[in-house]
Design a protein around this ligand. Structure first.
Ligand code: IVH
Length: 672
């Protein structure tokens, strides 16, 4: 072996080891930049000495020449499917059947990944071929495409693998990658994918593997197929098999658990179901497998499914329904939003009869018409979305175009669409009853002045009866006026008046937020308050001064400046203050400058309101140390959406966890 060959081999081994650390153990041992440097070094060597380049080198993840069609691969062992259980009873029946046949069992529980089944064949540790499931007997040869999936090793780690090893698993598109892919498609005015599964399927079935290489795909192993010439018995249990696959560099789900009772499995099902939207990839249930391979053998198969496994499904997150009508709602800033009225349908665990269609661009992108059959998706707590039209169901139907109004459906003012904006707006401002109602609703909402008992129905009536035109009028109300509203007895009226009065004491940040200045959400309001420290300073700030505030760009600065330059807004603000609305001066609160001194905090998950770096800076400003991982020394974990292993660890260690809202409250409390 020449020096160069040796160098290439050593670099390849090092990179494979890092791939293993990164993809299988989820514990990278070097920074990404260092990995990239090693990879480039290997690429350069292979370019200079192509005679030593191998198709199994870690550099070969970029795709090859496009195919004109896929060839077929016959599975030596058929790829089967699974029987389903849709409720506890069906699951118990599965357990009972198994226990009657083989006695006591142990369960290996895994998420049921919602992607595409694939079979990988490794010969002497090198990836030889990859195939789709197809009809279970014959699939398509997608070797070139699978070779580009980052977490699929081209060479196995170690040297104790069998001569032929068939690994089966699921290829999925992780949610974050899916969202980024669709966002890029929308930006380029291209068609989006309906869901991560379709995106994964579309990406895997590309004749040009360079396209596949550009897509964020991941593979998770869930079973073995053909195994030939193994050096020692592989394992006695399914779980051990998965561990062995991991040791060879083949990732499997981190959520896999061994459990010994049916009740524990039900808890697992429940727990994974609750964390479903935070796992990072779509799942449609859990798969429960009898762990012992000997017991599996005894149980055998019926028809096309094993008797030793069952797919315990979650309620579907996508259903078909009909678009009955579209109504146009007017929001706080006059934005006209098309709202779909749907034939009620049970999806994602609730019955849905409305869904937002967002704006005209979205309606156009979907090509949806009233009368259409549509696919409705409700995942986790995300608001229901219409993801596509089922074109095949259009035949013989009367469809009507969705036409945006040119006049406000509430006040009749003209509807304008600014150049470059996607949103049409009613030009009526506070003349428009809808905008007024929304402004009062916003002012009273929990994150603003938080007026207890000021529900939507109350606000609607107050505005409709012209008892309240601006937020300042709320403080002019008295109990006898309020009792004239529907379903408002003397007791509730007195409570409401007391709540209005109690809401007078607030914080500057909440007050700013409550004004409903365009583009000023909670985080911006908090930034404005802590930067300027007084309302006068904000009222008088120039656009340049506003731009000095964290996260404020030109558009937001101009909206703020415009708001405070309008006499009617200043009038409302002055009235509010005259009615007794007040907040503590910011310096007073900041006196205890480092209330979190000596504490260690961890930030995890994605924050929707705060910017992560700012949140970190603020915690540090309050005296906390911000660490990257959770340990027994952690005092508190602030967890945003999609928090994963750190949150689990915190739960295991019994460490206090707060959500983003909690973090915001702490910043507000201490004026950070
Ligand atoms: S085991 C003998 N485990 O579900 C069948 N399948 O409905 C072996 N799937 O085609 C399948 N996650 O594509 C198994 N953890 C998991 C799975 C899983 C997803 C898919 C797989 C299969 C389908 C059956």
């Amino acid at each position: 072996m020449t020096d160069i060959q040796l160098q290439i081999q050593q670099l390849s081994n090092t990179l494979e080891q890092h791939n293993y650390q990164y993809y299988v153990l989820d514990n990278p041992s070097i920074p990404d930049a260092e990995y990239d440097r090693l990879l480039r070094q290997l690429q350069q060597l292979e370019q200079r000495y192509p005679e030593y380049a191998s198709e199994h080198s870690p550099t070969q993840k970029v795709g090859a020449q496009a195919l004109s069609k896929f060839s077929q691969i016959e599975h030596r062992m058929p790829m089967l499917s699974l029987d389903n259980a849709f409720d506890d009873n069906e699951f118990y029946a599965f357990v009972k059947r198994a226990e009657t046949a083989v006695g006591q069992v142990q369960f290996c529980c895994e998420p049921k990944l919602d992607g595409l089944a694939v079979s990988l064949i490794y010969r002497n540790g090198k990836l030889e071929s990859a195939a789709t499931r197809g009809d279970g007997r014959v699939g398509e040869d997608i070797t070139q495409n699978v070779r580009t999936i980052k977490n699929v090793p081209l060479s196995l780690v170690g040297d104790d693998f069998p001569a032929v090893l068939e690994v089966r698993g699921e290829v999925v598109m992780p949610t974050a990658g899916f969202e980024a892919l669709n966002a890029r498609a929308i930006a380029k005015n291209e068609k989006t994918f309906v869901n991560p599964r379709n995106a994964a399927a579309g990406s895997l079935r590309q004749l040009d593997s360079k396209v596949t290489a550009s897509r964020p795909l991941a593979f998770y192993a869930y079973s073995l197929g053909v195994v030939e010439d193994q050096q020692q018995p592989l394992a006695d249990t399914h779980y051990q098999q998965l561990q062995q696959l991991k040791a060879w560099g083949l990732p499997s789900s981190k959520e896999t658990k061994l459990l010994t009772s049916a009740e524990a499995v039900l808890d697992y099902y429940q727990d994974i179901g609750e964390r479903r939207s935070n796992l990072g990839y779509d799942i449609d249930g859990v798969v429960i497998k009898i762990n012992s391979l000997a017991q599996q053998q005894t149980l055998g198969f019926v028809a096309r499914a094993p008797r030793w496994a069952i797919a315990f499904k979650f309620p579907a997150q996508e259903e078909m329904t009909e678009l009955l009508d579209v109504e146009f709602q007017v929001g706080r800033t006059g934005a006209i939003t098309p709202v779909a009225r749907l034939k009620p349908v049970f999806v994602g665990g609730v019955t849905v009869s409305n869904a937002t269609l967002h704006n005209a661009d979205e309606v156009e992108r979907l090509g949806v018409k009233v009368g259409d059959t549509v696919i409705l998706r409700r995942a986790g707590d995300v608001i229901p979305q219409i993801v596509s039209v089922v074109e095949a169901k259009r035949e013989g139907k009367t469809l009507t175009d969705i036409v945006f109004p040119t006049e406000c459906p509430v006040c009749g003012s003209s509807v304008d669409k600014q150049e470059g904006e996607t949103i049409s707006r009613c030009s009526g401002g506070l003349f428009c009853q809808a905008q007024r109602t929304q402004a009062i609703r916003h002012f009273s909402s929990r994150k603003a002045l938080d007026i207890d008992g000021m529900g939507d129905k109350v606000v609607e009536q107050l505005v409709a009866k012209e008892m309240v035109k601006t937020p300042a009028d709320l403080f002019e109300l008295n109990a006898s006026m309020v009792t004239t509203l529907e379903r408002m007895g003397p007791k509730s009226a007195a409570n409401l008046i007391a709540a209005i009065s109690a809401a007078k004491t607030t914080t500057l940040a909440k007050f700013l937020y409550s004004l409903g200045i365009r583009e000023v959400g909670e985080a911006t309001a908090a930034n404005l308050a802590s930067h300027f420290k007084s309302l006068e300073a904000i009222e008088n700030a120039t656009v340049e001064q506003l731009l000095e505030v964290d996260d404020i760009g030109n558009v937001v600065a101009e909206h703020i400046q415009l708001f405070f330059s309008q006499a009617e807004n200043i009038e409302v603000i002055n009235k509010l203050i005259a009615s007794g609305v007040n907040w503590p001066a910011i310096e007073e609160v900041a006196a205890d400058a480092q209330p979190l001194a000596g504490q260690t905090w961890v930030l995890t998950g994605s924050l929707s309101v705060l910017n992560r770096n700012d949140a970190k800076a603020k915690l540090q400003q309050l005296g906390a140390k911000v660490a990257g991982s959770v340990s027994k020394n952690t005092d508190c974990v602030a967890a945003g959406e999609k928090a994963g292993s750190k949150l689990t660890k915190a739960a295991e260690l019994g460490i206090k966890v707060i959500d983003e809202q909690g973090l915001i409250s702490i910043f507000e409390q201490y004026g950070a």
